[in-house]
Design a protein around this ligand. Structure first.
Ligand code: ADP
Ligand code: ZN
Length: 749
């Protein structure tokens, strides 16, 4: 067999802009399929061992059998079809739902020296002809296509003339009508079974629910395929869920632990997305909005920035996320409750694909519940459908009010039993306090009942807390026997009680009306005093013993390693720019981290780092080696510095400040004066890229004192020089410029 193999050579033509190499023909040593797969894993991808079920899946497909692969996000699905495509004769066809997703994969493969092309509407006719030519020549190992393109008659006819290694159907849950990722074109992919009976097909998904899995198999005609199920646990994700009190402040407190990291913040509505993105930018963070109401170009541009830059926070509706392949998303935050555990699992699953620590953070409140129930009531669909949806929401709420390990509960919902608590979620770490809420619950129920089962939580709170206001008076509710009986608890305690009563089904919400609460049958035994009720005690927001999972960077990188780490990332950023690929296509974080830890001192040692395959060793081994050798010393690396053009320094300075370096450190790293750094950072503060707190560190009280000096005179802010003259001891003018920039912003808004 003319098995196409592993010789790196020049490839011409279109496709990836950095197409300098690809795999073409030639035999390779190693006999059995597993041996050869193992060699490709090491030589091409730079990894020593297969993960989980990868080896079995690759063997199955390489032998020509069909496979159904159920693996969580980050499990390593891509290798499961990429390696068999390299092992078999012909081109591997990968069906993927999104252009951005294809382009990222093609870029990553290009960096590995594998000839991969995405055929999509962005290529002009000449480029498409060139791709066709290369396909006929057998020069392309992986071809990425959207389903509608693959299924065009001309395309199918053309493919019939080529040797085809396999069909991989990525994000296979897009075939399911019930999920929000449904793509009608996916339904037609079943045809491949009859059109290409000899070609193995592999469907891959990170969908955890059984119904969707069965639907995939039947629609894609993969009933006879071998199924590979992995555990859906994501051990590197820390789960944290808290009641919503002041969501923005809560979010800011969380984001403060994630400085300089990329993440996604999900909100329910477009309006909320826009408002929150503005707010975060105002707080000096780099946040971009994404929702279906934005023009396509804006969405694309924001998505690109999220993928290619570091430290971008994407504020989005659920329209964002599918196929986001970015491995180093460090957190996913939910400011609103998802409508099911399936959605929660999928959305949080976008964090930590690279296996490094990541956080899934969420706040939820009664308003979310009301809103979701209202949506469900108003939605189309028969009663049975609505019942299923309602049941799913209840399971989601159950996780929120959980008193056992969150991970155990989440996995149990998907049918995976886990014997021990995980030790890596808020409940395992912080514990849960419960309290005997029997008496309080009875008061709450009675307030609902006596006021006529029509009022929302706000009014009921007024009654229980004995607030003698107009609304209460007009209704004569100050005369109710329950008026003021709840003064022994605070407002947030009562909110917590009402929320839990609703979630436990003791109280129902009138969804058609105005969120009025009414009693259900279930609450009778409690009212009659036959049962007691334990409720979760909500924790107070930040400050009172609330521990946040530290951000990945601060957890993994020691203070003495920081500088070298930043230098590695900077070098990667520069190379990514030169090659027009995302930074992680050069090396993922995990690889850089291993370099930082192991400090390889020769190319050979470098080749042992996971993620350094032959091609990358050849391209980048020397430069990273050099950097590590310099970076290992005390001095900042001239290599990185010389690599940064003068014009890029302001941007670099801002990025470094954002990741927590001091002005002195930045100045020495960029080999410039501290004054210059302050000037750039002051500009960044004006542009709301940084906050003044990120830049200046002063003894307690001094910042306020300086701010007062600036604000003393009415009218315009005094100049830096004027304030400088009044300060004893002196404060560098650069510091003053930064403080002034921040004040000016407030002035202007
Ligand atoms: P998925 O598509 O399942 O979300 P990916 O295929 O994107 O996951 O892989 C996630 C990350 O894990 C990637 O950075 C990939 O290079 C890495 N990876 C995959 N398989 C291995 C392996 N056997 N050893 C080390 N890293 C791996
Ligand atoms: Zn746990």
């Amino acid at each position: 067999m003319a098995w196409k193999a592993l010789i790196l050579d020049e490839a011409q033509g279109t496709g990836h802009p950095d197409q300098r190499a690809c795999y073409t023909a030639g035999p390779v040593q190693g006999n059995s399929m597993p041996d050869r797969a193992q060699r490709i894993l090491k030589d091409v991808f730079g990894y020593d061992a297969f993960r989980g079920q990868q080896a079995g899946i690759i063997d199955c497909v390489a032998q020509g059998q069909n496979a159904m692969v159920l693996m969580p996000t980050g499990g390593g699905k891509s290798l499961c079809y990429q390696i068999p495509a390299l092992l078999r004769e012909g081109v591997g066809i990968v069906v993927s739902p999104l252009i951005a997703l294809m382009e990222d994969q093609v870029a990553t493969l290009g960096e590995l020296g594998i000839a991969a092309v995405a055929l999509n509407s962005t290529l002009d006719a000449a480029a498409q002809r060139e791709v066709a030519r290369r396909l006929r020549q057998g020069e392309i190992r992986l071809l990425y296509l959207a389903p509608e393109r693959l299924l065009q008659e001309r395309m199918l006819a053309f493919l019939q003339t080529l040797p085809i290694a396999l069909f991989a159907i990525d994000e296979a849950h897009c075939v399911s009508q019930w999920g929000h990722d449904f793509r009608p074109e996916y339904m037609q992919l079943g045809q491949l079974a009859t059109l290409f009976p000899q070609v193995p097909r592999i469907a891959l998904t990170a969908t955890a629910d059984q119904r969707t899995r069965d639907e995939i198999a039947s629609r894609l005609q993969l009933e006879g395929a071998r199924w590979f199920r992995s555990s859906f646990d994501r051990p590197n994700i820390f789960y944290r869920i808290a009641p919503k009190e002041q969501p923005r402040q809560q979010l800011m407190a969380f984001l403060a632990t994630q400085k300089g990291e990329s993440g996604i913040v999900y909100c329910m509505s477009r309006k909320k997305v826009d408002a929150l993105a503005d707010y975060l930018n105002g707080q000096g963070l780099l946040a971009l909005p994404y929702h279906a109401g934005l023009p396509a170009e804006v969405r694309m541009a924001n998505q690109r920035r999220f993928l290619n830059e570091e430290g971008v926070i994407m504020v989005a509706t659920i329209a964002f996320g599918m196929g986001i392949d970015k491995p180093n998303v460090r957190f996913v935050a939910h400011l609103d409750l998802p409508k099911s555990l399936e959605a929660y699992y999928q959305e949080t699953g976008r964090a930590g694909r690279d296996g490094l620590p990541a956080t899934a953070w969420m706040v939820y409140g009664l308003q979310d519940v009301l809103f979701l129930r209202q949506m469900m009531a108003a939605s189309e669909g028969d009663e049975r459908y609505k019942r299923v949806e309602r049941h799913k929401l209840e399971a989601m709420l159950g996780l929120c009010e959980e008193t056992r390990c969150r991970r155990q509960a989440l996995l149990a919902y998907f049918g995976e039993q886990r014997d021990a608590p995980c030790g890596h979620c808020d409940i395992c770490v912080d514990g849960v306090e419960t309290w005997d809420a029997t008496e309080a619950a009875r008061m709450a129920l009675s307030a609902i009942y006596r006021s006529g089962q029509r009022y929302g939580v706000g009014h009921l709170l007024d009654i229980l807390l004995g607030r003698d206001n107009d609304r209460v008076r007009t209704q004569g509710h100050q005369r109710l026997s329950v008026f003021g009986v709840g003064r022994h608890l605070g407002e947030s305690d009562w909110r917590s009680v009402f929320r839990q009563l609703v979630i436990r089904g003791l109280v129902d919400v009138d969804v058609e009306g105005h969120g009025g609460l009414r009693l259900t049958e279930t609450c009778r035994p409690l009212l009659r005093g036959e049962i007691s009720l334990e409720l979760r005690r909500d924790r107070r927001p930040a400050g009172q013993g609330k521990k946040y999972a530290p951000s990945a960077a601060s957890q993994l990188i020691g203070p003495d390693e920081r500088q070298c780490w930043e230098a590695l990332r900077q070098l990667r950023r520069r190379l990514a720019q030169e090659h027009a690929v995302p930074p992680y296509a050069i090396f993922p974080d995990a690889t850089l981290l291993e370099m930082l830890r192991n400090r390889p001192d020769s190319l050979q040692a470098m080749s042992r780092i996971a993620g350094v395959g032959e091609r990358k060793l050849e391209r980048y081994g020397t430069i990273f080696l050099q950097l590590l050798q310099e970076g290992a010393g005390e001095k900042p690396s001239a290599l990185v510095n010389s690599a940064i053009s003068l014009a890029d320094r302001p941007c670099e300075a801002v990025a470094l400040a954002g990741s927590g370096l001091s002005v002195l450190q930045i100045a020495s790293q960029l080999q410039c004066t501290e004054d210059a750094v302050y000037r750039w950072l002051a500009e960044a503060i004006s542009d709301q890229q940084l906050t003044v707190e990120q830049v200046v560190s002063l003894p307690p009280g001094v910042l306020e004192q300086i701010q007062d000096l600036f604000l003393e005179s009415d009218g315009a802010l005094p100049s830096v020089a004027m304030v400088a003259g009044q300060l004893e001891p002196a404060v560098p003018v650069g510091v003053l410029a930064c403080i002034r920039a921040a004040l000016q912003l407030e002035f202007d808004s």
